[in-house]
Design a protein around this ligand. Sequence first.
Ligand SMILES: Nc1ncnc2c1ncn2[C@@H]1O[C@H](COP(=O)(O)OP(=O)(O)OP(=O)(O)O)[C@@H](O)[C@H]1O
Ligand SMILES: [Mg+2]
Length: 490
Amino acid sequence: MQIKNIKLHSVSKQLLKVVFAFYFSITIIITLIHFTIEYYHTKENINNELKMVSQTFMQSIQGALWNFDMIQVKSITSGALQLPSVLSIKIFDKNTNQTIYNIQKPNFDLSSQGVFSYSQELYHTTLKNETVYVGTIQYFSNHNIVIERVKLSFFIILFNSILKSLILTILFIWAFNKYLTKPLEKITNDIKNIDLHHLKNHKTISVDTTKKDELTFLSIAFNDMLKNFDEKLNIIQETNKHLIESEKMAALGGMVAGISHEINTPVGIALTGITYLQEQTINIKKLYEEENMSEEDFLHYLDDANTLNNSIQINLQKAASLINSFKKVAVDQSSNEERKINLKEYIEEIILSLHSKIKKTNISIVIDIEDNILLTTKPGAISQIITNLIANSLTHGFENQQSGEIKITAKLEENNLHLRYQDDGKGISKDVEHKIFNPFFTTNRANGGSGLGMSIVFNLVTTVLSGEIDLQSELHKGIIFDIIIPIQKG
Ligand SMILES: Nc1ncnc2c1ncn2[C@@H]1O[C@H](COP(=O)(O)OP(=O)(O)OP(=O)(O)O)[C@@H](O)[C@H]1O
Ligand SMILES: [Mg+2]
């Protein structure tokens, strides 16, 4: 997963979103509550105003009504109507409860919404000190008056909320940026720039030790982990080197055992021959000294000596050639130096050095390479590759097979050598195919397989010989390795 391919959902942005969604909802609710309280409070005030107006004019209206002086009533109520909060005044008859007087500001509609009123019963006290009910007066106002009054407060509340939110937003964004986004970005960049292969020469995450926050601890913990990782990686690399080295030594050891076995036969034959020749020489010498030697004895001795000589020479030559090829292959395997070789002869020498292993089986090895391919290359690598491939064919490919064929072909193609190794053994599954070059991958751990063989082959082809290796395989249909190596001809 690569960071650059992912659309980043910054933690600080998400936090800001959550915090502000919450903050704004709360602010809106509080502002609405504030508005409502302000509205009802102002309405209450206007109601109190109506009450005060009513009480102020009560005496004079009571008197005017008692005297049926409607001109006086009109004059008083017109005065009261001048007050901004009073929109209409009504007076009801004492007996019928019918409206007997009504005065209102233009444009006021009593049936419209939001109208509220204050009513007061009016009484007249007679000379005999009797109290007589003369009617009811009602003062009207409406919510437009309330809204007109609270407009300014509303505006102040709104402005206050917006200003607070704005300052808070800016502060939050600044703080998140400074304390979260920027340090996180820096840590991410530092992590992206870490080269796991060169941890030693590379700085890890830089840590500001003056700060003691979670991010500092995170960086320190990450750096500790990297250090740990680096140490473990070194151990693994060391172990890997040792394993590869011991694999090489084991291969050489195997070869030594095979070669000594091979040399044993011709040297044995030569030794028997020479012992026999010595006995014959002692015998003939004795006959000669006793003057008992016939011409026939002598001719017989010469004949034997000749045959034995021939056999000893052939066998010693065979041993010498075995030692020679062993020497070349062994030296190449351990040195990895460049040298000019004839590819066909060299591969035949490798096969010869593996002869003791191969001859126990019914596996034939076909080499289809032109005689005249001369290359300057690192023969040690080629010998190790072929040795490992043959060892794998014998242990895995022909595991339960009595007979089979290994074919090694090579062709020159422009500046490359195309070496093809194939066996007609049991092949491998797709699953094994994907892992075959991984170090330590083996299906044969139970029998001591280390799983290094193919990873060594891969390394030799790609790094030592700067080439490429590819494989084709199907279960039960054998395996083909195509190795392409750039070459200097001749
Ligand atoms: N010619 C082949 N035919 C079938 N399977 C093979 C062949 N060559 C390799 N494999 C499979 O690939 C695996 C890995 O091979 P590799 O040489 O890396 O390890 P190994 O042979 O198991 O162990 P080691 O080589 O260390 O003894 C083997 O375990 C085997 O399953
Ligand atoms: Mg192997």
